[in-house]
Write a protein that binds this ligand. Sequence first.
Ligand code: PLP
Length: 364
Amino acid sequence: MISVLDLKREYEALKTDIDAAIARVLASGAFVGGAEVAALEAELARYLGVPHVVTVGSGTDALTIALRAVGVGPGDEVITTPFTFIATIEAILHAGARPVLVDIDPETFNLDPEGLEAARTERTRAVLPVHLYGQPAAMDAIRAFAERHGLVVVEDAAQAIGARYGKGRVGALGHAAGFSLYPTKNLGAYGDGGFITTRDPQVAEAARSLAVHGQAGRYHHVRRAGYTSRLDALQAAILRVKLPHLEAWNARRREIAAAYRAALEDVVWVPREAPGVVHVWHQFTVRTPERDRLAAHLKARGVGSAVHYPAPAHLQPAYRDLAAEGSLPQAERAAREVLSLPLHPFLTDAEVERVIEAVRRFFG
Ligand SMILES: *Cc1c(COP(=O)(O)O)cnc(C)c1O
């Protein structure tokens, strides 16, 4: 079976260094925060080109804390996309604000800036674009809209570490961003983790405080209702082994995506990189009205696939109040048509060929 992801191959490739990093932490006796976490934050900041990185317990926490740190709270509205992992919506709700959904651009699956003006009210406080599947959202138009109306921009960069938009990397394109270090992401820990990026020292300080019980020094609490949201030293040490490989892994993802696109574009809708961006292909997602039959056909031929995501946020049972069915047609259609093919840096060329063969056979 060619699976959509293979984390065992990654560990095998890095085993000596990972095992040594784990042993180093165990011997140090420092398990939460400390030197490993500080070093990782500095290395991530350098890589992403942002002055401040604050590690936390998950990507969902990173988004929640980033929103609160930039000042989003009860009574505010945050404009976002319905076509995302549900954590994007949860973060807005955890911050006490209301998610307002704008439909996606069917070519990129990202927030369509054309819909922003109509979604704005006097309560709008922020825009939360998601760089879905590793492709940066249309940040020029989103930032222009935000500047026009004095709004903040918080990026959901969970799927897009390393992606570039013009000269900048995602995470450095708005007021703050949230990243996930969940094992399946392009840079993944061996457990949960996440981090916030920002250029603003006050936002960084607020995030650091909120993540640890709203404290500004031990047993001195200056912000209400903070969190226990920290990265542990074992995860930081593991991530420090992996970060130097990220560029090469993302380059391999780009190579595989280019091979899929070239070999499949005459039989099925294939994703494209928008002009001026570097896409990091967290997923390679095709679309076809015959999605479920294609998935079954691939499975029968030993090729895994996955649906990201089978329903937009407003059609999830818990979130029916966010928008009426039919009101966000592009997101609703994408949810019926998308299928992600196997794509990870440890796929062999022979496996890529087998995936291509299996997809082509379905259509032809
Ligand atoms: C993974 C993900 C998150 C949440 O990250 P966790 O670390 O799982 O909490 C948020 N948004 C998007 C788009 C994601 O893919």
